[in-house]
Design a protein around this ligand. Structure first.
Ligand code: 5CA
Ligand code: ZN
Length: 412
């Protein structure tokens, strides 16, 4: 599937700043610790998989916040001199998409294509670096079928009334991704698309790999009957195909830690006989509106595209999101955007000055704060301090513009 256009990322050594040196530390959900993420050698390639949207509605600020967090990871790695191999999926066939299409009478494929295009446009406007591979579930069906065949070959798949399930007991490492106990898993599994009470399952937590075609729904041929893929196996199959095992970071919002990333890892580990699936599982916090998580099912959404249509500068949206730590849960309010727009104006005025305080210490502070588990709010504070102070360094405004562009993705 087509990705979206990449914004230019200025090299900071080209504008006379020193090379970055401190490795990136990221908080890993399973271990609860911040650990170095990415290759050890400076010229090495970092590999990242981030779960994409289910395209049945427009991109809201919660989605944007999650993709922005991993955009910072991408930018910090590049600044360190790494090449980045970045893969993202889009769940272009799944229950919520088919339900929405049925409710509105629209063809599900048309709905998915339209929302994917809107997502590309939103990501482009927000200057989110595109994945090198953007892969839809539908186009990945041959990979998914191959992976389910591998699981069947290892006795790690069984049928319930024509549907195929994965027995979680097949993976001795099940539970390491989320770090949750079984008692904590049970309610989350039921809440997030699982079917713990289905008769015939060996374990309530066993996850659906393949769903036999239901009347009125699309289906694809497979050795285990016509049907469509389960959700978790989609991300296992796509990530392994394009990144291999033990890639550096798997990312998404915190609602994906369990069951989605846990199950994807177990499928991958059992199918390949290797572990881990990813070296670190990194999760962004949930953005809410008026005290509730922003979600399509709750209908309390602020869409990026609506704000853009209303004439809001996408850089103000980006700054509004950056003002919150990526792992925090927080609420969007009317003030969030006003404050960001005011900051953007201050920064633009500051880089338009003929001179300012030297850029070197600011670049060092922004890098320092970002490599420490992406502390964007502290990085913004360092730029705020520069913008508020006077200085005689005539190279500084252009250099600060490059720092803010390369590391924070803000075009001033
Ligand atoms: N297609 C699957 C992943 S394979 C999916 O979860 N799609 S989604 O459209 O529901 O969400 C896309 C991404 O946005 C996921 O990483 C999810 O964790 C994140 N997300 C969803 N709602 C919010 C929210 N309110 N705040 C922050 N991130 C969110
Ligand atoms: Zn996923």
């Amino acid at each position: 599937m087509r990705s979206w256009p990449a914004p230019e990322v200025p090299g900071l050594t080209q504008v006379g700043l020193p090379a970055a040196a401190r490795p990136l530390l990221l908080h890993d959900t399973g271990t609860g610790t911040a650990r170095p993420a990415g290759p050890a050698d400076p010229g090495g390639t970092a590999r990242m998989y981030v779960c994409g949207i289910t395209p049945y509605d427009a991109t809201h600020l919660g989605h944007a916040n999650t993709y922005l967090a991993f955009d910072l990871v991408n930018r910090v790695w590049r600044d360190l001199g790494h090449r980045v191999h970045y893969v993202q999926n889009t769940t272009d066939v799944d229950d919520p998409l088919l339900e929405r299409a049925r409710d509105t009478g629209e063809d599900w494929r048309r709905l998915a294509d339209r929302e994917i295009q809107l997502f590309r446009d939103d990501m482009t406007a927000l200057r989110i670096l595109p994945p090198d591979r953007y892969v839809g579930a539908v186009e990945a069906i041959p990979l998914i079928v191959e992976m389910i065949e591998k699981l069947r070959g290892r006795d790690a798949a069984y049928e319930v009334a024509g549907d195929v399930y994965f027995p979680v007991a097949a993976d001795p490492a099940f539970g390491r991704v989320s770090g949750l106990s079984r008692a904590e898993m049970a309610p989350l599994f039921a809440e997030r698309g699982g079917d713990p009470d289905r008769p015939g399952k060996r374990d309530p937590l066993d996850a659906l790999l393949w769903m036999a075609r239901r009347p009125g729904e699309p289906g694809w041929e497979s050795p285990f009957g016509e049907g469509r893929p389960g959700w978790h196996v989609e991300c296992s199959a796509i990530s392994i195909e394009y990144l291999g095992m033990a890639f550096d970071v798997e990312g998404g919002g915190s609602d994906l830690a369990f069951p989605h990333h846990e199950m994807s890892a177990s499928h991958a580990q059992v199918a390949t006989g290797e572990r881990p699936h990813a070296r670190a599982y990194v999760h962004a916090g949930m953005v809410g509106l008026d005290g509730e998580k922003m979600s399509k099912s709750r209908g309390n959404l602020v869409f990026v595209s609506r704000l853009r249509q209303a004439g809001v500068d996408p850089m103000a949206i980006r700054l509004a999101l950056l003002a919150h730590h990526y792992r925090a849960d927080w609420d969007w309010t009317g003030d969030t955007l006003d404050e960001a727009a005011a900051r953007l104006e201050r920064w633009r005025a500051a880089v338009a000055r003929p001179s300012g305080p030297p850029a070197g210490p600011v670049a060092a502070a922004v890098r320092d704060r970002l490599t420490d588990d992406l502390d964007a709010p502290a990085a913004l504070a360092a730029v705020d301090a520069w913008a508020a102070a006077d200085g005689a360094d005539t190279t500084a405004p252009a250099r600060i513009g490059a720092v803010v562009d390369a590391l924070l993705g803000i075009a001033l």
